[in-house]
Design a protein around this ligand. Structure first.
Ligand code: NFS
Length: 670
């Protein structure tokens, strides 16, 4: 029996997505939305109850007291499945970090084309933090040594990954005591795979213990290294005006969409697209110029640094092709749907793969090499421009929204206190006074099994009403950008009174865009500085903060959740739990429950899967209020605030001068 397909309105809250889904249906073309409708998720696999690590199976554990052929219990099977997923996520982020370190090394040696060290101050600060001499040395000399140090963290066998030293001191000691300080980024991933081979680690708690060690090696290792080097090479983000949604594509221009994750190629394509000879070439082909935009985290990388618009998030990659306006979609690694190639066959769009790690059958491969970065970027652009003449019918949805991304750790520090007294003090004070009730990091992917962008928008808006400051990365930030929540004061009428005062005083949006998914490492360093500033406890688990990934789908998201938990955060995922179903075996460990209770006991953080958004909001606020109470902070009371800021100024303006004075200063005896 054919399964029911959702209407475009049921599939997405985004009008441009809805428009493209109507178009796809008219053309008889499928997308991830329709494929999700047509394909029922396997309930046994999705609950983590299927073991296929050897060929005696696959074994499906669906009854009480049942085991696999080897005797593996449901606990062992679920824990093994989970750690394997986390290891793939950690490997993806960290391999990205490794490539960034290789690029830094090549730049320092003068072997590349087009790259420069853009943030010398960050390079020097980081190097000095690892006791690399910086005085009387050129940026290239310092970068060379820092690159060596970072490269060595991946293959290191003993000791600790050096970047974990940037966690709060108390947290580092806890990891040491529990035995989860990562020794080397790669070593922990390999050990996870060894432990989960048939017949090795068969104690669920012990397996999950290693999952934590490996994930810390991602968040505080590979991902942090990726973020550090991206900032050094391409500049530490600061607020910049950008736009998001499919309406950023331009009918009269050659549209090139960069999609994937690594900024190394996309930054060079940005540079090449602004070169006069390339623009001339595009004009000679009959276009007005070259219009570059991004999808997924590559979009975030170039959006927050260069203001290059984002055409959309994960579920919009196919929709960009459906517009008929894209000459080339240039992809590197991660979150790229194989379906792009078949879909593009119906249009003139060319899918160009660029990484030696990622080819897609039927796509054009133009291998990227940082040693010839500009040359290759120009080749790719020429290829796209040559394709302009093959355009047929174009339909670009007329939806685009402005946003201000670029809130790096460094910029938040600066914006709160200026150049001479940069500090997190005002943020901590705002949380302590209750103007800001707490902080929520809303991150992660889209998933076609839930209504596209809905959970992001709904949860974000509800938490803002409750005076929760929101920081976002990845596809979440693009979702909320499209809702207009990342633009200066545009969203402030939907914000609680205390948070509104803070946003108006500092001049920030209520939702801060902090970058791509690897930049979740930035959120960790922000929380560390919040702790070091004082007044909100001496470790991350005491800060009234929660991490949320309501539309998650990737293994990377699981790694992120695990390292945030290990850092002391309460992490809530939406959708389905990969360790659901162990309650069919009443006397077992209940892996999901262990991730809540067992991990909380050890790390002060916990990881939970809550599909219902209202329950998620409730759990978030309860956690924030509990942390406030534990710190002895005043109970959250929105009625205490809202009497300053812009609303108050407007009220005062209406009063005659004398009354205005009195209202501000009180009655003054003359
Ligand atoms: Ni993160 Fe970025 Fe998006 Fe999810 Fe994919 S793009 S790294 S994994 S889908 S947020």
């Amino acid at each position: 029996m054919a399964r029911k397909r959702r209407t475009p309105e049921e599939a997405s809250i985004d009008p441009s997505t809805q428009e493209m889904l109507v178009l796809a249906e008219g053309l008889g073309l499928g997308t991830a939305f329709t494929r999700a409708d047509d394909m029922a998720a396997c309930p046994i696999g999705s609950d983590g109850m299927c073991c296929k690590i050897c060929s005696m199976g696959p074994c499906r554990i669906t009854k009480e007291n049942q085991t696999g052929v080897c005797g593996a219990t449901i606990d062992t099977i679920q824990a093994r499945n989970l750690i394997r997923a986390i290891s793939a996520g950690a490997a993806a982020h960290s391999d990205h970090g490794r490539d960034m370190a290789f690029t830094l090394k090549a730049v320092a040696n003068g072997e590349t084309e087009g790259y420069v060290i853009r943030d010398v101050a960050k390079l020097r600060t980081l190097a000095a933090g690892y006791d690399i001499p910086i005085e009387d040395r050129s940026p290239n000399e310092i970068a060379n040594e820092l690159a060596d140090l970072y490269i060595s963290q991946f293959g290191q066998q003993f000791g600790h990954v050096i970047t974990t030293e940037r966690a709060p001191e108390k947290r580092q000691k806890l990891w040491e005591k529990v035995g989860v300080t990562p020794r080397g980024v790669d070593r922990e991933v390999v050990e996870a795979l060894h432990r989960t081979h048939i017949g090795v680690d068969q104690d669920a708690e012990h397996i999950l213990h290693h999952a934590v060690r490996m994930a810390i090696g991602d968040g505080w290792g590979g991902s942090l290294i990726a973020t550090d080097i991206s900032d050094i090479l391409f500049g530490t983000p600061a607020p910049v005006l950008g736009q998001a949604n499919l309406g950023v594509l331009k009918e009269d221009y050659v549209n090139v969409v960069v999609h994937g994750h690594e900024p190394t190629l996309s930054e060079m394509i940005v540079a090449a697209s602004q070169m006069p000879d390339m623009i001339e070439y595009a004009k000679a082909a009959g276009a007005k110029g070259i219009n570059l935009s991004g999808i997924c985290c590559t979009a975030n990388e170039i959006l927050m640094r260069q203001g290059i618009p984002a055409a959309g998030n994960f579920l919009q990659q196919e929709l960009a092709i459906l517009t008929g306006a894209v000459e080339a979609m240039v992809v590197d690694v991660q979150c790229i749907m194989q379906a792009l190639v078949n879909l593009a066959d119906n249009f003139h769009t060319e899918i160009i793969t660029t990484s030696h790690k990622a080819k897609i059958k039927g796509a054009t491969h133009m291998q990227f090499d940082e040693h010839k970065a500009i040359t290759i970027a120009k080749d790719i652009l020429r290829h796209a421009i040559d394709n302009f003449k093959n355009r047929e019918k174009v339909q670009i949805p007329d939806h685009r929204t402005d946003l201000v991304p670029g809130f790096s750790h460094e910029y938040i520090n600066y914006m709160l206190g200026g150049s001479y007294r940069s500090s997190f003090r005002p943020l901590n004070d705002a949380v302590m006074s209750g103007r800001i009730r707490g902080i929520a990091a809303i991150v992660g992917c889209n998933n076609p099994r839930s209504q596209h962008d809905h959970l992001f928008a709904y949860i974000t808006k509800e938490l803002l009403k409750q005076d929760v400051l929101i920081v976002e990365t990845g596809c979440s930030s693009i979702a909320c950008a499209k809702e207009g929540l990342l633009l200066g004061e545009a969203g402030l009428d939907q914000v609680g009174p205390g948070l509104r005062e803070i946003c108006e005083t500092i001049g920030i949006p209520p939702v801060l865009h902090m970058g791509s998914c690897v930049d979740n490492a930035r959120i960790l360093t922000v929380l560390t500085q919040v702790v070091e500033e004082g007044g909100l406890g001496d470790d991350i688990d005491q800060v009234p903060a929660v991490g949320l990934a309501p539309e998650w789908m990737s293994e990377k998201a699981l790694s992120i959740g695990t390292y945030c938990m290990a850092s002391g955060a309460y992490v809530i995922f939406g959708g389905s739990s990969p360790v659901e179903g162990s309650d069919r075996v009443p006397e077992s460990l209940l892996v999901g429950q262990f991730m809540i209770d067992g991990w909380e006991e050890l790390y002060g953080g916990k990881m939970e899967f809550i599909p219902d958004p209202d329950e998620t909001i409730k759990a978030t606020l309860e956690h924030i209020d509990k942390k406030r109470a534990d710190l002895g902070l005043p109970e959250y009371d929105p009625n205490r605030f809202g009497k300053s800021g812009d609303a108050r100024m407007l009220e005062l303006e209406k009063l005659p001068l004398a009354e205005r004075r009195e209202s501000i200063y009180g009655a003054v005896a003359v």
